[in-house]
Design a protein around this ligand. Sequence first.
Ligand code: ADP
Ligand code: MG
Length: 375
Amino acid sequence: MRHILPNAMLGILGGGQLGRMFTMAARAMGYRVTVLDPDPDSPAGALADVHIRGAYDDSAALDRLADTCAAVTTEFENVPADSLSYLAGRVRVSPSAACVSIAQDRIAEKRYISGAGLQVAPFLAIESGADLDQNLAGHLPGILKLARLGYDGKGQIRVKTPEEARAAFAELGGKPCVLERQLNLKTEISVIIARTSPTEIACFPVAENQHESGILDISIVPARVTPEVAARAQDMALALAQAMDYVGVLAVEFFVLENDDLVINEIAPRPHNSGHYTLDACATSQFEQQVRTLCGLPPADTRLLSPVVMVNLLGDIWRDDEPAWDKLLSQPNVKLHLYGKKTARIGRKMGHFNVLAEDVENALSQALELKQMLH
Ligand code: ADP
Ligand code: MG
């Protein structure tokens, strides 16, 4: 495949923090970037060469992207798949509309993954109220999740009985959902893959993820799982990317069960919050891989250069003042990343920091201390 080389214009749908870090990686390599995002204050728009303020289904805006960019990617899975198909008729697009449509619908996603021979949590597709009339015993206690547009634990309700499931379905607006059995988790991990072609594929080290109120709180790398579990997770992620003929950066979230079985929770067709450690701790960041795969270049070295713990910074810690950044910036082994968002809100991702140390336990204790200090 033809390589798209520096100085070319790359397009991205979405101007949030993921788009911003893509923009920085691309510009560092000498590419130019056009961001499409309706928000005049979007974090990526502020750093891009061109910011088109338009909706993701605005055909004039899509035409402008197609006319001016050598290739187009996305920073989020909820971009209309039709927009990607439309663009793909005119310009190189990755990931494909087909892959994004799988990732944007939990029913399609779970069916696809289990169809590929990989384990998911026992689930039922709940497309209408009638689907709750069947025997739910094998799926309770469970979690009812909206099939579309859920993120950071939003659009999910835990249910113990069929009655609670029916009430939850009504509360979620009667929209298509999955009812998933609640599993006992030993831990959660994720793997990020970069794939340009069947023979150009790379896998990042496994991250161990801890959530707070449904939102990623910290990622610990290397994950504290056995080497066998880590290798199995990487093999499953690679197998899934190959099955999907995926081009781009793919994140795969796993549950590790008490017996070390691995269950795929969900996938994201883009760089992932749990991969922000790669910015400072790997030979290549997940965002550089997004640029490379988009440009038809092979993914570069994914080697981990240092144990690392990433801590998310949510809007919760912005009170009257900015948080005490001097406490982070005075640490020589801490790397601060802020996304340039103008207003802080509870639960809003404002930035993150990476703590690099000789070993993961030291990185973790320092990360937790710093996190505590900022609260
Ligand atoms: P989101 O799209 O909001 O990230 P997830 O499906 O990943 O939604 O769920 C968020 C978190 O909720 C997971 O990381 C996990 O901690 C917990 N969770 C989700 N599904 C299950 C399950 N079937 N069993 C146990 N915990 C779950
Ligand atoms: Mg998730």
